[in-house]
Write a protein that binds this ligand. Structure first.
Ligand code: AMP
Ligand code: ZN
Length: 496
């Protein structure tokens, strides 16, 4: 079965066929770096990360480009307010975005920055003007003339018949039914940053950067264009208008949009007190792996409601998966195989692939892995798993994790990095550090060798019946976040 994806442009779920047989070219709208990324942003970035990982697992060679919007109305305003340059203002949040993405195991796309493409944008606008799609106003701003592009509205399915030719809007984000000529280039305003270019001084509107950078990196026509659902109009509609009027070609074949995240049943908003950045959640002691898991639990087009109860159960799901893998890797199995178990592993891998082929049905894929886990655990309890079966189960688990990426036991150092950041930010931030975070991230880190050394000392103490010493060593390990278990195959350990 081929991959099937919902395409906002056609309004249907369609078979996905790249333009070039084995190569996929995709573009995602990245963050506007005026603040720390919130969990809504990361729902979208993780959904696109899953798509990227699954395309590669399916055998495609993927070129994945993401932009960083490091100039827009808000950034210019905030930089002027703080008395710093645009670059100084955005550097900190760009860095934070890269760190947060790494913490959430989001694979790094090819990143392109708006401010590094200002001259190309000016050139693009000059070409649009030459073709009659753009015009200059008296103050030196440029606008796109939407009356010249009859297909305007084809992505958002808006009917703009009867619009007034020449009515203009110059803010980056505007009302959802606004049929207005939009700004391509804004003349300088007193006290605000601007660039000197071939079309005069000023700064780009928000939409032009994505047209310029996507076409520069991927060509005039490419396979996939992604973003959150709020970008359908006006941002993506405007990208299509700019790019297609210039190139005469279809910009992207598939438009992939991720549904907005709700928090505790409501739209996320600072005024409702339900607005969370990734860092806010880690400061409260939540693990990045639980957050990543929760954000993938509902397929990208369905409503996902983020709740703290949900986060707790996500943590327990990840824990179960890690325990299962631990069990498979630390038990001594008898040689040979039990065909029923090998078959279970193979069927589960196939179920996961077909769920993801079905418009990235992540819930179904997760259901499949837990079905396998339950059945395999029962078989493990009954000593019915042999060496070859354990390998097959592990292979399925690893394949699942190539997409979901929660098995690696590295929450502790990641949380420690947020703890260090909060302390460095000063007393206000440091106040938000929770006892839960301190318990997980603040514990001393022991190396594998140190742990093994302590375990053998513990064993020796136990053998010589010095239980006081062996208990003290065990407590030392537990305090350092190490779980120690005695099994029939000897002592096993792992990090919490
Ligand atoms: P921004 O930094 O505001 O430009 O947004 C970066 C990405 O996050 C865009 O693709 C947005 O569509 C997406 N996004 C913003 N808010 C949410 C939300 N609540 N749920 C899902 N995606 C969002
Ligand atoms: Zn964009």
């Amino acid at each position: 079965m081929p991959l099937r994806l919902y395409n906002t442009l056609s309004g249907k779920v369609e078979d996905f066929h790249p333009i070039d047989a084995n190569r996929v070219r995709m573009y995602a709208c990245g963050p506007t770096v005026y603040d720390y990324g919130h969990i809504g942003n990361f729902r979208t970035f993780i959904a696109v990360d899953l798509l990227y990982r699954f395309l590669r697992q399916s055998g495609y060679d993927v070129r994945y480009v993401m932009n960083i919007t490091d100039v827009d109305d808000k950034i210019i305003r905030n930089a002027a307010r703080d008395g710093v340059t645009v670059q100084q203002y955005t550097a900190k949040f760009t860095q934070a975005f890269l760190e947060d993405s790494a913490i959430l195991n989001i694979e790094k796309p090819l990143l392109v920055r708006a401010t590094e493409h200002i001259d190309e944008m000016a050139d693009f606008i000059a070409q649009l003007e030459k073709k009659g799609f753009a015009y200059r106003t008296d103050d030196g701003s440029y606008y796109f003339r939407i009356a010249k592009f009859p297909a305007y509205g084809k992505l958002s399915k808006k009917d703009f018949a009867g619009m007034t030719d020449g009515a203009r809007v110059d803010v980056d984000e505007y009302e959802k039914d606004s049929a207005r000529d939009f700004a391509l280039w804004k003349a300088p305003k007193p006290g605000e940053a601007f660039w000197e270019t071939a079309i005069g001084p000023g700064r780009p509107g928000w939409h032009i950067e994505c047209s310029v950078m996507s076409m520069e990196e991927l060509g005039p026509s490419f396979d996939l264009h992604a973003g959150g659902e709020d970008l359908i109009f006006p941002h993506h509609e405007n990208e299509i208008a700019q790019s297609e009027s210039l190139s005469g070609q279809q910009l992207a074949h598939d438009w992939f949009h991720v549904r907005f995240l709700l928090v505790e049943g409501q739209k996320m908003s600072k005024s409702f007190g339900n607005f969370f950045t990734l860092r806010d959640l880690v400061l409260r002691g939540h693990k990045p792996s639980s957050i990543r898991w929760l954000l993938t639990q509902v397929p990208y087009r369905n409503q996902l409601n983020f709740t703290f109860d949900g986060l707790k159960s996500a943590a327990s799901s990840v824990e179960k998966l890690r325990n299962f893998r631990f069990r498979l890797t630390s038990t001594q199995f008898a040689a040979g195989s039990n065909p029923a178990i090998t078959q279970l592993a193979g069927e589960t891998a196939a179920r996961i692939t077909s769920a993801l082929n079905d418009d990235l049905n992540t819930a179904e894929a997760q259901g499949a892995i837990f079905d396998m886990l339950r059945k395999a655990n029962t078989a493990l309890d009954a000593d019915e798993v042999h060496n070859d079966d354990a390998k097959a189960l592990l292979a399925t688990l690893e394949k699942f994790d190539e997409i979901f990426s929660v098995l690696k036991d590295d929450d502790q150092p990641k949380m420690k990095s947020i703890l260090d950041w909060a302390r460095a930010e000063g007393t206000e931030k440091a106040k938000e550090i929770s006892p839960e975070l301190l318990e997980i991230a603040g514990s001393t880190q022991l190396s594998d060798e140190q742990i093994n050394q302590k375990l053998s000392e513990m064993e020796a103490a136990r053998k010589s019946r010095n239980f006081k010493a062996s208990d003290a060593l065990r407590k030392e390990l537990t305090d350092a976040g190490i779980i120690v278990e005695n099994t029939k195959d000897g002592v096993r350990w792992r990090r919490k």
